[in-house]
Each structure stands twice: as structure tokens, then as C-alpha cells.
Design a protein around this ligand. Sequence first.
Ligand code: AMP
Length: 217
Amino acid sequence: MRLILLGPPGVGKGTVAKKLQEEFKLPVISTGVILREEISKKTELGQKVKEIMGRGDLVPDNIILEIIKERIKRKDCESGYIFDGFPRNVEQAKSLEKVNKELNEHINYVFYFELPFNQIIDRLTSRRVCKKCGTNYNLSFNPPKKDNVCDLCGGELYQREDDKEETIKNRLQVYIKQTLPLKKYYQEKKLLAIVNANTSREAFLEIKNILKKELQK
Ligand code: AMP
């Protein structure tokens, strides 16, 4: 099963991806997570993308595609994977199709996470992430038990550089201009399913039901 989780930043794609990973034993490929790791390891790639990500712009397609090509050829992707945050524009989607074709595989589903825009800003400003294991929290509706400490691993929580208010505005503009056209793109390919992203739990259950039915076919 090869899945794409599509939608604006802050709608819970990362959280749902982790739940789906456990349920269906598929690896999550999150380009945002991969890039943030490169930044924290201070690699050459990390240095290259740090400023772009800090502004909330998209990293060039060629960099992203190199990462994806290398990643989906690994053994753990043989029976499928879950993309979170990729593709981010139509060019990336077209390149993915080419790579999929070369590997004789295809995307089964694109899940579009729907949430009103005013709720997205609240979600992003109150998001906190564990430095150690990457688990997401939300100070309003999913706070950690102890302030600034991850419930799961005890790691320290931090606010992503690009979740600060100045950057959020640009990220949403970039999303509308570059990523939103993918909704129509995948609708036309009959791959799109729209899920209610009001809570991560609801979104997860909706996707789980669709995939369970698909697997029974
Ligand atoms: P995310 O964690 O998905 O919100 O991504 C954080 C940032 O990483 C984005 O604002 C972009 O700067 C960069 N990024 C992540 N995925 C992609 C992608 N597929 N294409 C271009 N830039 C990306």
C-alpha cells in the first residue's frame, strides 16, 4: 500500500502517519522530518536548506527528489510506504509518477486532510515537538502531562522555527499557491479521498476504515 497524506501544515498529517505506521506496518517518509534531521546534524544539505525552511519556502524539487528516490528504494519500502509532506507541488507529483513507473509500482491513495484555515493557524502556533522522538503535542488540545517534557520518551519539547507567527503566513501562502493544486490533480486521477481533520483520531479512523475495506477486496 502506497499512500500520500496531503493537506495544509498543522492539520495532523504527521500524527496520523505515525498511527497508520503502527496499524499497517508501513514506513513513514516525511520530507520535513528528514530535512530537519539534516539541519540538526549540520550536514552540507542541512546548511543548504536551513534558511529556506526558516522562511517557510519550499526546498528545490531536485533536492527533494534525490531524497525520495534513495528512500523508496530501501528494503523497508518494498510493500509500501506513507508519504507525509511529499509531494508538495505538481512537478514533484509528476516526478514521483516517473520514479514509481521505473520501480513498477503506483500510489494507491491520496488522503486530503480538510480543516478550516482559521483553525490551522491556532494549531501551528500551539504545536510543540519532542526534540528526541519527534512526537507532536498541542498546547491547547493535546498538551504533554508535564510542561515541556515528552510523555513518551522524556525528551525536551520545542517550537519549530517555522511554527512562529511570522513564518506561518508565508507557509500558508506557499501552500495555497503550490500544494493545493495537487488536490484537483489527484481528484482527476481518482486517487483522492477527503478526510475530516477536525481531530487526528477521527482522521486516522476514517483512513483506517477505507484501507481495511481496500485490503479485504
Ligand atoms: P513540514 O514538516 O512538512 O511542514 O515541512 C517543513 C518545511 O520543509 C517546509 O516548509 C519546506 O521548507 C520543507 N519541505 C518539506 N517537504 C518538502 C517538499 N516535499 N518539497 C519542498 N520543501 C519541503
